[in-house]
Design a protein around this ligand. Structure first.
Ligand SMILES: Nc1ncnc2c1ncn2[C@@H]1O[C@H](COP(=O)(O)OP(=O)(O)OP(=O)(O)O)[C@@H](O)[C@H]1O
Length: 361
């Protein structure tokens, strides 16, 4: 098997980055360190500034203020071609009149590399991406997934220090997305390069990332490994964005003795350092709710709808206050629309947030 020459990889540092378009500030004081070899995913709702941040790193947009470092180099003023990066776009941007091999080798050929080197690198990348038998085809003769592989191949042959992906799977159907997601994860393991990946799909973020950066309105809300963001979110935005189905949010109160009051019921609350009392938002993941045993502290939910997915069932219902709630239950428990369930949760699985949505710890 041909060996890919992955000799180079670098970390990044974004230092006090700002970007405005006209008077509109779309990125505000972005500070971020990315380790060499890390897979980092920028995630957030439409318009939060993910693509702009990626384009600033690539050099496709000029920063309004401060610095982008790749490795130890300050590249803020450098052209995209001098940054040691390769970018894979959502639209594959392949040349329709060129073969797969010509498309993949185009950048190297333009950089006046020898014919032998171009051929060798294209062959090696094609092998890694399982494209070897398609090298003579035109893009129009390929499936969507194969075209996206060619676009990735074109990035690989350039042997960049950093790969940048801008929503690369959003034009593919659901099944292919999963397949390509696994492919990209494998590629990262094999190549070991730093990869930065933009998506609005939290499942892609959870499955691919070593580190997720959650953005909202041009600001970083939280940075951390997927499990940390899932288990230990800093605020209701991150808690609600990460995880599917979503975390339940319930208006509640914290009593002097630490009990959490939900509607007319009292539940034992988690230990907190803060002395916060009174109104708050209680967050509970659907898998952390269960049907209470007799005499266990509990609160009622009226079931509206039940969704059987094979391994698990989701029950959707209303609490006393009318708040919507989702419960994940395993096999062997059944509930029908109209049933009144008594739910409980462990205090350690409760996440509490103040009136501004900030986590109470
Ligand atoms: N060239 C531009 N001129 C003016 N405004 C722009 C330009 N590019 C982006 N914006 C604005 O900057 C904000 C961030 O855009 P960006 O494309 O980075 O968001 P995004 O998080 O990638 O969104 P999406 O998921 O929809 O692609 C948006 O309000 C957008 O309208």
């Amino acid at each position: 098997m041909e060996q890919i020459e992955t000799t180079r990889t670098a970390g990044l540092r974004l230092n006090r980055l700002y970007k405005s378009f006209g008077g509109l500030a779309v990125l505000k004081d972005i500070n971020l360190d990315i380790e060499s070899g890390e897979f980092v995913v920028f995630v957030g709702p439409s318009g939060c500034g993910k693509s702009t941040l990626l384009r600033l790193i690539a050099g496709l947009e000029e920063v309004t203020a401060r610095d982008v470092f790749i490795g130890s180099k300050d590249v803020t003023e450098r052209d995209p071609s001098e940054r040691g990066i390769a970018m894979v776009f959502q639209t594959y941007a392949l040349y329709p009149h060129m073969s797969v091999a010509e498309n993949m080798g185009f950048g190297l050929k333009a950089a006046k590399r020898s014919k032998q080197e171009v051929e060798r690198k294209v062959r090696a990348a094609a092998e890694v991406l399982q494209l070897s038998q398609y090298l003579d085809r035109r893009p129009s003769q390929l499936s969507g997934g194969q075209r996206q592989r060619v676009a990735i191949g074109r990035a690989i042959v350039r042997d960049p220090e950093v790969f940048l992906f801008d929503e690369p799977l959003s034009n593919l159907d659901a099944e292919l997305r999963v397949e390509m997601r696994i492919e990209i994860a494998r590629l990262h393991r094999e190549l070991g390069n730093t990869m930065i990946y933009v998506t609005h799909d939290q499942t892609e973020a959870m499955t691919l990332a070593d580190k997720i950066v959650v953005l909202r309105n041009g600001e970083i809300e939280q940075v951390g490994p997927p499990a940390l963001l899932y288990d230990d979110p800093d605020n209701t935005f991150v808690a609600g964005f990460i995880g599917s189905p979503k975390m339940n949010f319930v208006s509640a109160e914290r009593a002097n003795d630490g009990h959490i009051r939900i509607g007319s019921r009292n539940m034992p609350g988690p230990d907190l350092e803060t002395s916060h009392k009174g109104a708050l938002t209680l967050g509970i993941r659907p898998e952390h709710l269960r049907i209470a045993r007799e005499n266990e502290p509990c609160f009622p939910m009226r079931v509206h709808f039940s969704e059987f997915l094979g391994g698990v069932t989701y029950l959707y219902g209303d609490l006393e206050s009318g708040t919507r709630c989702t419960v994940e239950i395993g096999r062997g428990i059944s509930a029908e629309p109209g049933d009144l369930l008594h739910l409980t949760t462990d205090s350690a699985d409760m996440r509490l947030f103040d009136g501004e949505g900030r986590r109470l710890r």
